[in-house]
Write a protein that binds this ligand. Structure first.
Ligand code: PHE
Length: 456
């Protein structure tokens, strides 16, 4: 079994920032955020989402960092180390389960993204029309073999990088690719915002109209905040177990939350102007990204180059996020089950691709799996709903209670100020109070409201 002495860490503050941002930025920004904002009416949803980031996301991220760096263990092992012999380790168990559920559908969507990149590279999407874009999406997701093949390719890439380890794999890849992602997304924004009629899309994104907001939408915004910042499933516990001793963790949390939200807004600014400029439906659902983006660039010189850039950046985002997701069970298998890193990465890759096929096949309504729905949802939607809207908020709530009520304030302040070396005890104390009194209350109210027990 890998002993704690041999445990790797990231090599610098910058590496910590890019790896953590690499986890946060993913399909959540480029695919989920735009389509959920579109389905839930735009600005008002956005505002609730911001509040969730500040009052729930930041304090929970701080808690996970505290747990991970204190224990220097995987998601389950960390709870075991801090509270031995208690049921708390099952918060970690739930996290590992949620990680698998997310990966089952995430690897499917990542497969679509890789496939689109391939199509852009071969020029198949250039000059596409609106009808063509819709038909293209239909044929990509219904394969049925090609989406499964791409899902397997995705898992092979992710497992391959994880085999290289924390420094050589995760750190190297995220440090190189995250800055590139920013440049590429800005280029796409420039194009989308100069489309005739782009302004309508900007207005949709920022115009706050509360009559558009339902109780269920509030839960969705909360779930999205967890999903976006990779919280509530032990992912940030796992990553922070590799942080350096001198990292300013509160600073890292704030910078990551800010930059991640910025990327989501930039993605929204690339997609909504196009939606309105081409008269498409903002509430089109999961296909929104795939149907609008090819159109944005279809009719312009060098458009195909930008399309390649966009799907390349989406592939980067998806891949770096999946590294952090799959690292959760990988670290667990290495530290608690005595597997080698290679064995753990290969085993989890195969497991995820294997079960993930259920999600991939379930999006075709005419297929056998597509017709297997329970309470109106197929496999893909259940994996997504159970993880984002149920398991992550519950995991986040338990994590907030664990740190806010079971860990003494002085201990949390000491760890987050690096034993007093950072002059930010006041700031940490304030977040600790939010964690105790605000975060759990908000989580419980939103949860009760979503199941109809409380009226918002
Ligand atoms: N934050 C990632 C995204 O937005 C997804 C993710 C969720 C990654 C949970 C790790 C853990 O796409």
């Amino acid at each position: 079994m890998a002993s704690n002495e041999k445990r790797e860490t990231f090599s610098s503050g910058l590496a910590v920032f890019f790896a953590t941002l690499g986890s946060a930025v993913g399909l959540g920004n480029i695919w989920k955020f735009p389509y959920l904002t579109g389905q839930n009416g735009g600005g008002a949803f956005l505002l609730v989402y911001f509040l969730c980031i500040v009052f729930v996301g930041l304090p929970v991220m701080m808690s996970e960092f505290y747990i991970g760096r204190t224990a220097r263990k995987n998601a389950i092992g960390a709870f075991k180390a801090i509270m031995p012999g208690t049921l708390w380790k099952h918060v970690g168990t739930m996290g590992v389960l949620a990680t698998y559920l997310i990966m089952f559908f995430y690897s499917c969507v990542a497969g679509w993204v890789y496939f689109y990149l391939f199509k852009a590279l071969t020029g198949e999407l250039s000059g596409i029309t609106m009808e063509g874009a819709k038909a293209q999406f239909g044929s990509v997701i219904m394969g049925p073999w090609s989406p499964i093949l791409w899902q397997c390719i995705v898992m092979a890439v992710v497992s391959g990088i994880l085999i290289m380890g924390v420094k050589q794999g995760i750190e190297k890849i995220t440090k190189t690719l995250m800055p590139l992602l920013f440049v590429l997304i800005l280029a796409c924004d420039l194009r989308a915002l100069t489309l005739p009629g782009a302004w309508e899309g900007v207005r949709f994104l920022f115009h706050v109209d509360f009559s558009q907001l339902s109780g269920a939408a509030v839960l969705t915004a909360l779930g999205l905040a967890f999903f976006k910042l990779s919280l509530g499933l032990g992912c940030m516990i796992t990553y922070s177990s590799y942080f350096t001793e001198d990292n300013n963790m509160l600073g890292t949390a704030a910078k990551v939350a800010f930059s991640d939200t910025l990327v989501s807004l930039l993605a929204g600014l690339a997609i909504f102007p196009a939606v309105f400029a081409f008269g498409m439906e903002p509430g089109a659902g999961p296909g929104l990204l795939f149907m609008t983006l090819p159109l944005v660039f279809a009719q312009m010189p060098l458009g195909n180059l930008l399309l390649i850039a966009f799907f390349f950046l989406a592939s980067i985002a998806a891949t770096t996020a999946m590294l952090s997701l799959v690292e959760v069970p990988v670290a667990y298998c290495i530290e608690e089950r005595g597997m080698s890193r290679t064995g753990a990465a290969v085993f989890n890759g195969i497991l995820i691709a294997g079960v993930g096929v259920l999600a991939t096949l379930s999006v075709d309504p005419s297929s056998l799996l597509g017709q297997m729905t329970f309470m109106g949802r197929g496999f893909f939607d259940w994996f997504d709903y159970l993880s984002s809207n149920i398991l992550l908020p519950i995991g986040g709530l338990l994590t907030a209670i664990f740190v806010g009520y079971l860990m003494p304030r002085e201990q949390v302040v000491a760890e987050l100020t690096n034993q007093g070396r950072l002059a930010m005890a006041g700031m940490v104390g304030m977040l600790y109070s939010i964690l105790r009194y605000v975060t759990p209350v908000l989580l419980i109210v939103v949860f009760l409201a979503s199941v109809g027990l409380v009226k918002l």
